[in-house]
Write a protein that binds this ligand. Structure first.
Ligand code: IPM
Ligand code: MN
Length: 356
């Protein structure tokens, strides 16, 4: 297959971890006879520095013209500590999601057999956890109008808005995911308080009869926050609005033991995007110490969701598991044993794929 992949390394550790994902993608392509063309483009603080815009039109064109986007991270402490900054790197991320129509952010949480002891939760509670969040990504309070301040600057407001159409397309994707998995769908909302949540619940209830094999549960977001750490195995597919999803997926990501491990896919109307969920981790930038596995597993999700190539996706998960078993890991996971550099882990994974 011929594949055009846009590379958006972004800020912080983004470039380092994306470089390892590229090594792995190239190794997979070689093994399975695919031809891959990468095209790199700028985003985030790097793009603000270069052209004053965190998601330049030229970058958007590269994404639109590609079959998939591999994205690193966005964010820079120079902007976090300056509340008066007019342009922020994060705006680029939001604009990219909106312009590419990426309405569904797929964030899985699963455990790695060799890392169960790294979880902050007890082994018996987490062993075998396998859930996936579908976080709505282009609506809700992140985008709703009006937003801002009153004239005196003494009040600030954000607006949460959802249309039936926005809820329905995300919910349908949730039902489809559930059909391919354990057929359990949890609608996460705050329908006891919020009008938007009541519309979510109503919409999901209307769709449910179309998917009679799927068991649907409705659960308030505060209860889910609690049950996720008590018994994460209770969940299969969870659908939720943008802000609830932002918060709960960070919570869920540490179940596996390190935030440096969880990948994500953003799906929607145009080019699909794949991204580690760990963010830019500026303290580690340029040191060759960041864990590249979330980026590498995002490349695995790319083969699955952008190209429907399961063997290619699976070989990446296998080799990642092997690196964890053999201790070919960065310092966040090395536990006093030898810590490998980011680049060494990438090299090892690529070599291993060639041998398999
Ligand atoms: C994420 C991030 C972003 C979000 C930030 C950087 C805008 O936290 O992808 O979860 O809130 O969506
Ligand atoms: Mn987040």
């Amino acid at each position: 297959m011929e594949m055009n992949i846009a590379l958006l390394p972004g800020d912080g550790i983004g470039p380092e971890v994306i470089a390892q994902a590229v090594k792995v993608v190239n190794a997979v392509a070689k093994k399975f006879g695919h031809t891959i063309t990468f095209k790199e483009a700028i985003t985030g603080a790097a793009a603000i520095d270069a052209v004053g815009n965190p998601y330049p039109d030229a970058t958007h064109e590269v994404c639109l013209a590609s079959d998939a986007v591999l994205f690193g991270a966005i964010g820079d402490p120079r902007f976090d500590n300056d509340p008066s900054a007019k342009v922020r790197p994060e705006q680029g991320l939001l604009e990219m999601r909106k312009k590419l129509g990426l309405f569904s952010n797929v964030r899985p949480t699963f455990t790695f057999p060799s890392l169960l002891h790294k979880s902050p939760l007890k082994k018996e509670r987490i062993e075998g956890t396998d859930l996936v969040f579908l976080r709505e990504l282009t609506g809700g309070i992140y985008f709703g109008e009006p937003r801002g301040r009153n004239e005196q600057g003494t009040k600030a407001f954000d607006t949460c808005v959802y249309s039936v159409e926005e809820i329905e397309r995300l919910a349908r994707m949730g039902f489809e995911f559930a059909m391919k998995r354990r057929k359990l769908l949890t609608c996460v909302d705050k329908a006891n308080v919020l009008a938007t949540s009541r519309l979510w619940r109503e919409t999901v209830q209307r769709l449910a009869p179309e998917y009679p094999e799927v068991t649907v549960e409705y659960e308030f977001v505060d209860a889910v926050a609690m049950r996720l750490v008590q018994w994460p195995k209770a969940y299969d597919v969870l659908i939720t609005e943008n802000l609830f999803g932002d918060i709960l997926t960070d919570e869920a990501s540490v179940i596996s033991g390190s935030m440096g491990l969880m990948p994500s896919a953003s799906l929607g109307l145009k080019t699909k995007l794949f991204e580690p969920i760990h963010g830019s981790y500026p303290q580690a930038a340029g040191k060759d110490i960041a864990n590249p596995l979330a980026a590498v597993l995002s490349a695995s999700m790319m083969f699955e969701y952008a190209f429907d190539l399961m063997d290619e996706a699976n070989i990446i998960s296998e080799v990642v598991n092997l690196s964890l078993e053999k201790g070919i890991v960065t310092e966040d996971l090395s536990e006093g044993e030898k810590a490998y550099k980011t680049s060494e882990v990438g090299d090892w994974l690529a070599e291993q794929i060639a041998k398999m």
